[in-house]
Design a protein around this ligand. Structure first.
Ligand code: URA
Length: 265
């Protein structure tokens, strides 16, 4: 499971030529279609186990097209794919990035542990990041376009958080968050929805996702975060237990996350 990579130059050029409808590279196509996760696909290709259009292909970034025929260990493979989206309840203590030199544990490991074998074969991309100590709703997908859609500030997809804070919550403290506050780097935040949930909890709805944004916004108004949880993204409410996942239907992806899923090709 891996985060999106920057496309190589040949792919950009191919996209410019044919509007990007079909060109891709081999290892990524295998991961997206649920044949094997990216790293395994790269290893299998380098080991000569994959044939592409009737020749052995040892280059993981070899171009593939909609009409390409592939096989693994002599068995024909389908590179057809459709958009898949999972909601996952991130536990505290795991990091959202793929590399983990300190061996803390990643959300990719945590997700994989919850998945059946069929879904373990996909290359899953985390849709944005949550801090190591943050819990709650994290989406995963095999479709890079969905990642771009859900994380682009231009989409204005709301993300609802609840923070337990280390000071008394008052409306006076919340008011600046509703107008937008200047963060420690001088950047102004968009107006957010902010309301108290008791004396020591704040509900915050953001339509952007900067680094540590909730914690930094709450710091500006004197409400240091003690614990943070994401409850909802778009109209999708987290509805699985900690460490568990659920695959979303195409209808949910459309209606709750405002994305048109790609149908199987
Ligand atoms: N904002 C934060 O500060 N942390 C998160 O994990 C998510 C949003």
């Amino acid at each position: 499971m891996a985060r999106p990579k920057k496309p190589p130059r040949w792919l950009e050029a191919a996209r410019a030529r044919d509007s990007g409808a079909s060109a891709d590279w081999l290892s990524r196509a295998l991961a997206r279609a649920g044949v094997m996760p990216l790293q395994e696909a790269e290893q299998a290709i380098r080991a000569g186990r994959v044939r592409l259009d009737a020749r052995e292909e040892k280059e993981p970034m070899a171009p593939v097209h909609a009409h390409s025929k592939a096989s693994l260990d002599g068995r024909p493979l389908s590179l057809a794919w459709r958009t898949r989206v999972l909601q996952f309840h991130k536990p505290a203590g795991v990091v959202s990035h793929g590399s983990d030199p300190e061996g803390i544990g990643t959300v990719f490991d945590a997700l994989r542990a919850a998945l059946p074998a069929e879904l373990q074969r996909f290359g899953w991309h985390a849709v944005g990041r949550l801090d190591r100590d943050t819990t709650g709703l994290l989406l995963f997908t095999n479709d890079e376009k969905f990642v771009a859609h859900a994380t682009a500030p231009a989409t204005h997809l709301p993300k609802r958080y609840v923070a337990k804070v280390g000071a008394k919550v008052t409306d006076t403290k919340l008011e600046p968050l509703r107008r937008g506050v200047k963060l420690d780097d001088g950047e102004l935040t968009r107006p957010a929805k902010a309301k108290a949930r008791g004396d020591d909890s704040v509900e915050l709805v953001l339509t952007e996702g900067r680094f540590h944004q909730v914690k930094r916004m709450l710091n500006v108004v004197g409400l240091p975060t003690l614990a943070l949880h994401r409850e909802a993204v778009g109209l999708l409410e987290l509805d699985v237990a900690v460490g568990a996942y659920r695959e979303l239907s195409d209808e949910e992806v459309k209606a709750k996350l405002h994305f048109e899923p790609r149908a199987s090709t």
